[in-house]
Design a protein around this ligand. Structure first.
Ligand code: ATP
Ligand code: ATP
Ligand code: MG
Ligand code: MG
Lengths: 257, 257
């Protein structure tokens, strides 16, 4: 069965989507079959993988809200790259929180949805919005582990406390298996004092030091540029820092298993 | 009465909090009296202004949820800088969305709260979380205008469409006076193709071109570093690019009135 990985951090703009899209791509280069699930209503992972969202297509919202009696398989899109599939998102997903407020077991909708297809993939990578609301809780309920991109900036470092608290709540009440399997420093720029100081804090803080990856994602404009053409940087700018860094993260991820 | 300004963009990490904190600080250097209202449960603007959040203090959550019969004035904190006050936020605010789901007029809670104190200030600047949920709608209901920080990256540019749609919904149903008064390019780095291409798009797109500020906020590590010591860059690194850029944005903002 597929190993299910949540990419999460409540702080906005820390590189969650870039991680989801590029880690998935890098794992296919290691011969793995990977499904990306976009659980952000802003559907940036869907854009980043070059999949055009049109209102007629079934997407993750239909599955979570059960509005449309479709099978999970019907929502899976092939991307341009072999071994890399996507369940796309849509703006409508932002309504799910309020729509499901009185539904029993609303936190387990995604888990049920994925159980139908998890034997097809080696990994399922789930992108989350920048909040700890029902959508992210659904991802935590379905996941085996959480990878946390942490921008090497003070606000992002401070956000880790609340994230770890939320994850331990989920472990107690919803998903006892869930654990944080790694913290990956992002937007790392060793020329700046702030980046070096946050890396230092990550490696000395008792709560985080055993989880921090050796590999970092350096600040690199090729990553943002590749999102403009809907291709993972790992596929379209193979010699860029971004591509090298995400491939290093993928092989460290496989090694740390 | 105070002019009430929302700082909003659903895309995460585009520089909303940096804008709220530093525009407020720069306006006090122009002789204005300013209140910052932190409407993000992650309370980054509270941290950025050096105000320690402790659970015993009344904060914006108590006012929005009406849990505590306090007056708005009781929640206002003085910061270290004359003419710059803050209503702090707290993690508890993240519960407001679900707690208020059945309350009539829940979108107008902040507007009611601010009406008690708006004659004390020249400007009230409201920081928002990276979502278009009840907290941001409350800010849109209370605001006279919206300033939109737009990271010069593709995902942030694409997010403008949904933001403008949401604002026009709010104008029709809740607050007819609300308008977008400016789009401010952030994380601008003229050495990168992606930054230049997004600036070009902002200046040519019919929907946005008349709103784009001449001034940009360049990528500058002093901005992130200053958040570590809880001081606006405008006050603690006066000759940095960050400080110069936020002061330029403040004077363009006053000129565009
Ligand atoms: N290491 C990096 N260097 C430069 N740009 C990056 C890097 N990682 C991500 N980016 C770009 O920075 C922006 C923010 O990253 P991204 O959107 O992946 O973060 P996020 O955490 O998913 O944001 P959100 O909280 O809105 O979901 C995007 O434009 C992305 O392409
Ligand atoms: N122009 C800039 N150059 C460099 N760093 C910046 C700049 N503007 C903001 N920052 C830093 O980048 C990070 C993201 O900015 P900030 O937190 O202000 O964005 P935000 O939109 O408020 O994020 P969120 O969506 O999580 O609320 C912060 O660490 C901030 O200090
Ligand atoms: Mg994202
Ligand atoms: Mg913020």
């Amino acid at each position: 069965n597929a190993r299910k990985i949540a990419i999460a951090n409540e702080k906005g703009g820390v590189g969650k989507t870039a991680m989801a899209v590029n880690l998935a791509a890098a794992l296919t280069l290691e011969g793995k079959k990977v499904l990306v699930v976009d659980m952000d209503p802003q559907h940036n992972a869907t854009i980043g993988l070059g999949v055009a969202v049109d209102d007629g297509m079934v997407n993750i919202y239909h599955l979570i809200s059960r509005q449309n009696p479709s099978q999970t398989q019907d929502t899976v899109c092939r991307t341009k790259w072999k071994g890399l599939d996507l369940i796309p998102s849509h703006m409508d997903l932002s309504g799910a929180e309020i729509e499901l407020v009185d539904e029993e077991g609303r936190e387990n909708r995604l888990k049920d949805v994925l159980s139908e297809i998890e034997d097809v993939y080696d990994y399922i990578i789930m992108d989350t919005p920048p909040s700890l609301s029902l959508l992210t809780i659904n991802v935590f309920s379905a996941a085996d582990e959480v990878l946390v991109p942490c921008q090497t900036h003070p606000y992002a470092f401070k956000a880790l406390g609340d994230l770890f608290d939320t994850i331990s709540d989920v472990t107690e009440e919803i998903n006892p298996e869930l654990k944080v399997s790694g913290i990956i420093p992002t937007f790392f720029d060793r020329r700046t004092r702030v980046s070096r100081s946050i890396i230092e804090k990550l490696h000395t803080d008792e709560r985080y030091k055993d989880l921090v990856f050796e590999s970092t994602i350096r600040t690199n404009s090729a990553i943002a540029e590749s999102s403009d053409i809907g291709k993972p940087v790992v596929f379209c700018r193979t010699r860029s820092y971004g591509a090298l860094d995400f491939r290093a993260v993928a092989s460290e991820f496989l090694r740390r298993k």
